[in-house]
Ligand binder design. Sequence first.
Ligand SMILES: [Zn+2]
Length: 470
Amino acid sequence: MESGSNSLPSGPDGVKRKVSYFYDPEVGNYYYGQGHPMKPHRIRMTHALLAHYGLLQHMHVLKPNPARDKDLCRFHADDYVSFLRSITPETQQEQIRQLKRFNVGEDCPVFDGLYSFCQTYAGGSVGGAVKLNHRHCDIAVNWAGGLHHAKKCEASGFCYVNDIVLAILELLKVHERVLYVDIDIHHGDGVEEAFYTTDRVMTVSFHKFGDYFPGTGDVRDIGYGKGKYYSLNVPLDDGIDDESYQSLFKPIMGKVMEVFRPGAVVLQCGADSLSGDRLGCFNLSIKGHAECVKFMRSFNVPLLLLGGGGYTIRNVARCWCYETGVALGIELEDKMPQHEYYEYFGPDYTLHVAPSNMENKNSRHLLEEIRSKLLDNLSKLQHAPSVQFQERPPDTEMMHEMMEENEVDGEQRYDQESDVEMNEAGHFSKSASGRVKTSLVGESDDKNTVDAKENEIQKDIEMKCLEKLE
Ligand SMILES: [Zn+2]
């Protein structure tokens, strides 16, 4: 069996990394509504654990600058963003048609402060990308981000704006190739769709497949056009344990790193793949989940760690706290420190929880079949595809210091527009059957105008991307 070891320079896990951590103290106050499983409070619980484990002092703690309309519109449609900005719980009854059109109302309810919530979690992810681009840190962390289901003009699966797509677009200003890895139990459909036709972003999603939300992520969905073989899907069944999971994760990701050679990696750490999740059905321990973080960190490539799903919130906080420790190279004591949410963690008050004895429906034979299928797809990729920038688009300046004077917010905050990013995303969308149709992601009324503009941008990009790498 392959060990998943790699030929890239990778440091020992103990070696320290510079970590920037994004957190807005307001984020825990947003509330999806009674009975809704998505609870932003889990981000605040994670933060409290980090503080009491003494991890904050080892990181650069930053409060994200809220993403602005035009930041969100790099991926999302203007009319969808205006809708999110203006809708309120009080006015939603007058907007039934719009709610339906943008899939807002049920799984994705309207709640107080919805738009600021979106601005905050997207601001953290884009801010993290900017920090990585500037080489201010080796790893950037935004546990409020990772909302991988949001589409260009549609909310989906508790996600309104896709902070991951926005962060990847920012990373693409500096890096020729960006890798996206998704270990949430749900398929990372919004991110996959956005980059389905490009070879500059590889997306790899490990998820439960078969009669499960969102229904996409078949092993046969591999990308389209220039993006063929740049989307990878790892369909899994109920009850997968640490050993089975890593028997796929390490060999596949080792091979991806070797052949794709990304300049930056975005890892969505959705914690609904943990054992005992309220909505999930996998059987991973926190250490098994965190092994993915450890493995991706070992390549010494700029790394953006994001949150995502996770509905047994005490375990979400445990997981993301432990994974922050992994990012820093600090092993945490199992015995939890006293803190304001201590009572959530009884009766054991430990960081780790044992996985259950549920059946692992993933047979060795099936895992082996998936593994060889995906390694075979990867072998069809040419090493290091041939795109190179001749000039670098300007950064988005998003972040300001939480603990220091705000030096960024002056006249320089908003730089000129760069349209380079947008045409990387959203030329094609897959129909529900998994086939590809030629249209913008989530077609809008001004499709023709957008198409014309995008064609021009595409030409422009191709001019800039002529250089071949050997
Ligand atoms: Zn999920």
